[in-house]
Design a binder for this molecule. Structure first.
Ligand code: AP5
Length: 212
């Protein structure tokens, strides 16, 4: 199964992708995580992506689309894939469709996780992430077992650079201007399901699995 998780910043895409990866024994492909990995390792891609990410803008398509194909082409074709954060505008969605068609493949399902702006701001303010394995927590809603420490790899948790309030507002604007249009794009293809993302992570997960 090839699945896209759509939704604004802080909707819970990463949280649900982790759960779905186990449920489908698939692979989680997050463009945000790939960029953060490159920034951490100071690669050429990381240097180019950093200023866009820090200001809440999208990284240009010419840096993003090839990167996704490099990743997808390296994965066994029979493996389930959970795409998180890609596509993020119409040209990325069309490039994905076209590339999959050339490979006799397609997207099976798009899950749109819907939450309003107020919820997003609260979630992102309380988010803590593991810079080592990428696992995401929330100080109130999804706390780690030991305060400030990753459950998975025991590394110290941090706050993301782009989680400052001003940047979050910019990310929400960018989502509304460039990404939200994908809801209609996939609705017209008959493969989109919208899930109420305000429920607890377990309830959201249950609703997603019911829809698959
Ligand atoms: P990216 O890393 O993709 O960030 P995002 O889409 O803004 O999404 P987030 O990671 O902020 O949120 P999420 O929906 O994954 O929520 P999470 O599960 O963490 O992108 C970052 C940047 O990279 C972009 O701004 C852009 O610059 C660049 N980029 C990435 N992809 C790109 C592309 N394709 N093209 C161009 N540029 C690209 O949850 C948030 C918090 O809420 C956590 O603390 C979590 O524990 C908590 N939480 C989750 N679910 C629930 C729930 N149901 N109830 C209560 N709390 C919850």
């Amino acid at each position: 199964m090839k699945l896209i998780l759509l939704g604004p910043p802080g909707a819970g895409k990463g949280t649900q992708a982790e759960k779905l990866t186990k449920y489908l024994t698939g692979l989680h492909v997050s463009t945000g995580d790939i960029f953060r990995y490159n920034i951490k390792n100071n690669t050429e891609l990381g240097k180019k992506a950093k200023s866009y990410m820090d200001s809440g803008k999208l990284v240009p398509d010419e840096l993003t689309i090839d990167l996704v194909w490099d990743k997808l082409d390296s994965i066994d074709k029979d493996k389930s894939i959970i795409l998180d954060g890609f596509p993020r505008n119409l040209s990325q969605a069309k490039a994905l469709d076209e590339g999959l068609k050339q490979r006799n493949d397609k997207i099976d399902k798009v899950i749109n996780i819907a939450v309003d702006d107020e919820v997003i701001i609260k979630r992102i303010a309380g988010r803590r992430v593991c810079p080592n394995c990428g696992m995401s927590f929330h100080v109130d809603n999804n706390p780690p077992k030991v305060d400030g420490i990753c459950d998975n790899c025991k590394h110290e948790l941090i706050q993301r650079d782009d989680d400052k309030e001003q940047t979050v507002h910019k990310r929400i604007d960018v989502y509304n201007e460039q990404t939200a249009v994908l809801i209609d794009f996939y609705k017209q293809k008959g493969i989109l399901t919208t899930i109420d993302g305000k429920k607890s992570p377990d309830e959201v997960f249950e609703d997603i699995t019911k829809s698959l």
